[in-house]
Design a protein. Structure first.
Length: 217
């Protein structure tokens, strides 16, 4: 187990890095574990110093199904569960990214992103240019064993599990829900015994598959 220190983790990536070869690092954790914050800090570290490494952050959340589709399928009340994502689309993206630059080396791979302000995915929002040598991807289900998620781990150079203490994780998650308009009671229910709580238990079961387990500092 390592501390989730962005500098330490950026240096680990530097040690793994070979110029001209693209690394794909996956960071996994339950909802509210702090994956996005950690990933952003690592990207910032890799961009600093005398030898910056071109890096892109590609979250799994960009493959959320649109709210209209969730409503049509009748699964809006479990938004965030594995079946509410286009898992096959995400796997296809990772396959493109793990193989390096496309075609003649001048093409850009465009990834989607999820915007919490509108609770919707936005297509083509994250350009991964041919010069990118490290792609960091983060999400809940990168280590899941159910298809199509079970294809992801073998595509990753390394997978890291962010093991945030439960009390802190739930506190963060409740605060997030409240910030986006839910009442404190509804936010707590969703984060513990509701959909987010069930998803967290699912994600926790995948922890043994990670190459590294990280503890927040």
């Amino acid at each position: 187990m390592l501390p989730a220190d962005p500098l330490v983790l950026a240096n680990r990536i530097r040690d793994l890095h070979t110029p001209g070869r693209r690394l794909l690092i996956g960071i996994v954790g339950a909802p509210g574990s702090g994956k996005s914050t950690l990933c952003t800090a690592i990207v910032d570290e890799l961009a600093s110093g005398s030898s910056p490494i071109p890096t892109a952050l590609v979250p799994m959340d960009g493959y959320h199904l649109a709210q209209r589709v969730l409503d049509l399928l009748g699964i809006a009340d479990i938004k965030g569960a594995p079946e509410t994502f286009d898992g096959a689309g995400y796997v296809a993206l990772l396959k493109r990214l793990s193989s390096g630059p496309d075609g003649d080396g001048r093409q850009v791979v465009y990834a989607p992103e999820f915007r919490r302000a509108i609770e919707e995915p936005i297509a083509g929002a994250v350009p991964v240019t041919p010069d990118i040598e490290v792609v960091i991807t983060e999400g809940n289900y990168l280590l899941a064993t159910d298809p199509p998620w079970n294809e992801i781990n073998e595509l990753l150079t390394e997978s890291w599990y962010l093991d945030t203490p439960e009390e802190l994780r739930v506190q963060r998650l409740v605060s997030r829900h409240v910030a986006f308009g839910r009442s404190p009671d509804v936010a707590l229910l969703r984060s513990t015994t509701g959909p987010d709580g069930r998803n967290a238990a699912y994600v926790l079961d995948t922890r043994p598959r990670a190459d590294l387990v990280l503890r927040p500092i």
